[in-house]
Write a protein that binds this ligand. Structure first.
Ligand SMILES: *Cc1c(COP(=O)(O)O)cnc(C)c1O
Length: 404
């Protein structure tokens, strides 16, 4: 075995460490000290990666959400022991099903992963030969029916199985599209308004034709009730992101619903290797983190949290509006990202800065603040902020607009 000194010496020969050593920034001695003392290290600063106040929301590009201490404690705990992966998934699946009053559940690699393994489970059932055949769907049911207004980029999760998407518009087209290759119906909750068929009718059609149906609810808590609602409505499979409103690990998600499909979905997951989802691994850390995030989410005072978000948005709104020419609108998206949100806009002949430039100044200032928006407005939410940061956002926004 290599001694630690030897390892450090080897490390020093590597391009990055070696390069740093060449500049005198990092000697073997300091590297040794650095790697043994992680407490208080500012890793992002060391790497030159900027952190920011998240006034945008739960975006994958912005690393999603911050986990609560209970969750990171559970993750830390998970790192200290070995367990059998399947045993843990079995037990956590039962526990989540109990918490959410549904038949069964499993922790997936995000909502996207839940969609892939869920459909794979529907296509292959408990047949291991079929499991290892995917993504080749020869001889297997391989069509997923989706309403036109629901066919967005995330349907790629379904294509991962080897299945294809059949787009339909309305009941007539849907019923006409059904054939012996139809595997599943898929519904995008966030786009409910864009499809002619709503939840109840969609489920009724699925049951009438004996074809299972899945719903994507990725970003659809709050409200907390949604975690229960869609399994009760009769969707066979319900997919949520773990790292959005639930504030679990960003790399985790939930697949809820019928036991027979979820047990079949598990056949595609690690530790099994000859499968399409071998790379969609969740380990004990994500599994426990997801469970605890869910427990914490279910037990919190949602009304109080809503009031906090409202008051934070109100504060930022008032601050922005105090600049002449600036207008604000407080709104709540009806389904996904259903939280108090602010839209800030202004007359650029009075406040002489474009929306993009103002967002850039927010992003590049100190501290850095990330928002959303386009040519016409700046969009802000506070649900992913630490308490108190709303005051910084309010002040910076006002400063930038007042100085323009
Ligand atoms: C975020 C999102 C996904 C992907 O979820 P992950 O948890 O990041 O895998 C899928 N569908 C919709 C509608 C989403 O908003």
């Amino acid at each position: 075995m290599m001694s630690r000194r030897k390892v450090l010496k080897t490390l020093s020969a590597l391009p990055v460490a070696g390069g740093l050593m060449g500049t005198g920034l990092l000697s073997a001695k300091t590297l040794e000290t650095t790697v043994t003392q992680t407490a208080g290290r500012n890793f992002f600063k060391e790497l030159g990666v900027r952190t920011f106040i998240n006034a945008a929301g739960t975006y994958t590009s912005m690393t999603g959400c911050l986990m609560r201490k209970e969750v990171t404690d559970a993750i830390k705990y998970a790192t200290t022991e070995y367990v059998n992966l399947d045993d843990l998934q079995d037990k956590v699946g039962e526990r989540i099903a109990e918490l959410l009053d549904c038949e069964y559940a499993t922790v997936s690699s995000g909502c996207f992963g839940a969609m892939t393994i869920g459909l794979a489970g529907v296509i292959c059932g408990m047949d291991n030969k079929k499991v290892s055949q995917l993504p080749d769907t020869t001889g297997l049911k391989n069509e997923v029916i989706v309403q036109k207004g629901h066919a967005i980029g995330y349907t790629h999760a379904l294509l991962n199985t080897g299945a294809k998407i059949v787009e339909v518009d309305g009941v007539k087209e849907l019923e006409k599209a059904i054939n012996k290759n139809t595997a599943m119906f898929w519904f995008l909750n966030a786009n409910t308004a864009n499809g002619k068929i709503k939840h109840e009718e969609f489920v009724a059609l699925s049951q009438k034709h004996g074809i299972p149906c899945m719903i994507d609810c990725a970003a659809d808590v709050p409200p907390v009730e949604n975690l229960f609602k869609y399994t009760k409505l009769g969707f066979d499979l319900v997919c949520f992101s773990g790292g959005k409103g639930i504030r679990g690990p960003q790399s985790a998600g939930l697949l809820l619903g019928k036991r027979k499909y979820i047990e079949a979905a598990r056949l595609h997951c690690p530790p099994r290797g000859t499968t399409i989802a071998r790379g969609m691994k969740v380990n004990k850390e994500e599994i426990l983190g997801m469970l605890v995030a869910l427990e914490v989410y279910l037990s919190k005072d949602h009304e109080q949290e809503w009031k906090l978000w409202e008051s934070q948005i109100e504060l930022i709104s008032e601050s922005a509006k105090s600049v002449a020419g600036v207008e604000t609108e407080i709104h709540v998206p009806p389904v996904a990202n259903h939280v108090p949100s602010l839209r800030v806009t202004w007359d650029e002949s009075i406040v002489k800065i474009t929306k993009e430039e103002a967002r850039k100044q927010l992003r590049e200032g100190h501290p850095s603040i990330q928002t959303v928006g386009g040519k016409d407005d700046i969009g802000i939410t506070t649900w992913m902020m630490d308490p108190g940061q709303e005051r910084i956002v309010a002040q910076r926004l006002k400063e930038i607009l007042a100085n323009a």
